[in-house]
Design a protein around this ligand. Sequence first.
Ligand code: PLP
Length: 466
Amino acid sequence: AKTASAAYQSALEVIVAVEPNVAGAIRAELADQRSSLKLIASENYASPAVLLTMGNWLSDKYAEGTIGHRFYAACQNIDTVEQLAADHAKALFGAPHAYVQPHSGIDANLVAFWAILAQRVESPALAEAGAKHVNDLSEDDWQTLRKALGDQRALGMSLDAGGHLTHGFRPNISGKMFHQSSYGTNPETGLLDYDDVAAKAREFRPLVLIAGYSAYPRRIDFAKMREIADEVGATLMVDMAHFAGLVAGKVFTGDFDPVPHAHVTTTTTHKSLRGPRGGLVLCQPEYADAVDRGCPMVLGGPLGNVMAAKAVALAEARQPMFATYAQNVAANAVTLAEGLMRRGARLVTGGTDNHLALIDVSTFGLTGRQAESALLDSGIVTNRNAIPRDPNGAWYTSGVRIGMPALTSRGFGAAEFDQVAELIVDVLSSTTPAAAPSGGSSKAKYVLADGVAAKTHAAANELLEA
Ligand code: PLP
């Protein structure tokens, strides 16, 4: 890895000759990432093999269509890499079908939603009208179908419980496609309440039941979610964007592995899975044809270079070393969570059994915004996040989300994560809210006691250099 990194750095000279500021930003990003504790739960460090696979001639090729069935000539090499990525994805996750073209997690979800609508609403309408393709429908039948497509319901986890915008919320297109309702978590335990999900599903009768999260620190019982979906005739869609690495590494197995239970599973490839930025969709055979129509339905031409990098990352994830990595991520999360709680921090749900933890920073008298900023000043990169029923809303928040995938990739183990817990609690207990200048919000202002930022930064660097 060191040689590859040195070779990459010298190759940056090619960029310097064209736009030195871009090369400068790349070098600065590397320096920033090396000198701070990266605890953002959705980030990781892709391997040099993955990074190299993204920067090459596969990027220049147009290849709309599917493997062996392209609307462009000379796509044999794109066919090769797309097939490899799909095969690795199927083998890694034990999925009947994989579609690796989505450019991101949002795109993967959009492909999944349209595939579900096509399979559940469009296909029956076509059959009823005796048509094979939407273009064969009469104008009247087409208008009826459009109305039916726009009249469907989706049920997903609420944002403050850890759900994601793409699960039917208004700022995302999914909230405009579907009538949406959400389930939350138990006010006392903070845990997902399956009886409540079932009751909401019975009342709301969604076409799609969505499971998955960005900030819920626990595993989900997907066998139970499937039972609920089956009872109300919903399609179960699981968005495992955050925890795909834990599924790949067999931390989540049996009822907690979404792939055998969901009709459609989506993911990003760059978070705990440690690949290039991108997405993919896994599905049961009956959804495969509709999923494969992602491009041109909602996606532009596939990115050959990124699909190739997905193939490399998925091949890495099939190695025994990746399973060890995933187990370490989960073990490190427990160490950090326990280290934080032992030092007086309150965690949403009282712990974790995945790759992340959510600190309720109100017990330190802070908003999430103040805590995030004080930690950043001290070389600890986290992000603020709403907690269930957050009085400070989604902008200032009362929580800070921390994730272990990136530092585990850098080799951190139990001893290091316990020290990270100490540093975090030290910074939070040395931070106090401050008055805002007139007109500003005091929810963003804070004072960090003298010397704490520098001392913590130095301790962070020591951990990183060890
Ligand atoms: N789904 C979930 C659960 C996520 O957490 C995210 C990203 O934060 C996404 C989807 C969107 O992924 P992307 O940013 O790659 O579009």
